[in-house]
Design a protein around this ligand. Sequence first.
Ligand SMILES: [Zn+2]
Length: 91
Amino acid sequence: MSSFLAQARFRRDHQWAPEHMSAYLDEELAAQARGRMERHVGECPECGRLLADLRVILDGLHRLAAPSGGVDAARIAASVRLRLRGLAGGQ
Ligand SMILES: [Zn+2]
């Protein structure tokens, strides 16, 4: 693969990855998309950091959800997803 194509792929994945991180962490992605995510975060420190941060946030939300019934946590998780989509769209 030429470096031009590799860069084009990288940019596409860089836009795609943030939009799909919450689904990835919830194990909702198909195997092919999971592989795409893992490849990209392996070669992109920015998305690697974002994914690590999101993992911490979602872990916290899941812990919060258990005692409180989960309604608020579900709303917060939805707003996190919306913000991630905004992030991805702004780049
Ligand atoms: Zn990236």
